[in-house]
Design a binder for this molecule. Structure first.
Ligand SMILES: Nc1ncnc2c1ncn2[C@@H]1O[C@H](COP(=O)(O)OP(=O)(O)OP(=O)(O)O)[C@@H](O)[C@H]1O
Length: 221
């Protein structure tokens, strides 16, 4: 799935939050968007997912304009909170519910996604029995189960301790390498953006603009 952001502008009242943003996300990109707090990263992500509507310009997904408000088809917004009353496996199965699968197929596929994030042994556990890092992995597995054309992730690791954060960064990089998923990932941390991104978009604030987009020269492998 490919996204074209063409001259997008967004205002909140008299505040211009995003000014003339143009950016492309190509199939298989891991695009990280970084910049200081308040520069408009979350707003940009909300425009891509269709949760907000731009005041100027347009966003095309595979050539079709995003017509918010409402999640654009194929776009999955990474949600971190698990359903506390469901086991890890049943949380991942939630992502498979839109598909017409038999219960057994659904459970098998959910196990596959749990394996993919290294949580194959935790299927019968409930969220309160798991660490913060384990819960994040299961939430990622649930997003992958939706089979996203683009996975949109907003500042996912900010509240975690540094060891867990590094482990999840490595996990995220490895999932991307193994699946070829298209990802748009916002983070305030330039280090995180540079570590994860196959392309890194750097923003400045007041108003939010993209000042540079760079490609990573060397692959993670
Ligand atoms: N619904 C809203 N109404 C009014 N102003 C808003 C709204 N949402 C965001 N803003 C303002 O828009 C600007 C950009 O916010 P946004 O959350 O997109 O930035 P950000 O780069 O994601 O910040 P952070 O890194 O702190 O999450 C900020 O000044 C914020 O206060």
């Amino acid at each position: 799935m490919k996204i074209q952001i063409n001259h997008v502008t967004k205002h909140f009242g008299s505040l211009t939050v995003l000014s003339d943003i143009s950016l492309e996300v190509r199939q298989g990109d891991f695009l990280t968007v970084t910049g200081p707090g308040g520069c408009g990263k979350s707003t940009l992500l909300d425009l891509i997912t269709g949760l907000l509507v731009p005041d100027g310009g347009e966003i095309l997904i595979d050539g079709s304009p995003v017509r918010g408000p409402g999640l654009a088809p194929g776009v999955v917004f990474q949600q971190h909170a698990l359903f506390p009353w469901r086991t890890a496996l049943a949380n991942v199965e939630f992502g498979l519910e839109p598909r017409d699968l038999r219960p057994r197929e659904r459970a098998e596929l959910a196990r596959h996604y749990l394996d993919l994030v290294g949580m194959g042994a935790a299927g019968e556990r409930y969220p309160h029995e798991l660490s913060g890092g384990a819960r994040r992995r299961i939430a990622i597995a649930r997003s992958l189960a939706f089979d996203p054309g683009v996975l949109v992730v907003d500042e996912p690791f900010a509240t975690l301790d540094s060891r867990t954060r590094q482990a999840l960064r490595e996990e995220m990089a490895s999932i991307w390498e193994r699946t070829g998923l298209t990802v748009v990932f916002a983070t305030r941390s330039l280090d995180e953006a540079a570590y994860l991104g196959s392309r890194v978009a750097i923003m400045t604030s007041s108003p939010g603009r993209v000042v540079s987009v760079s490609e990573r020269a060397v692959s993670l492998a």
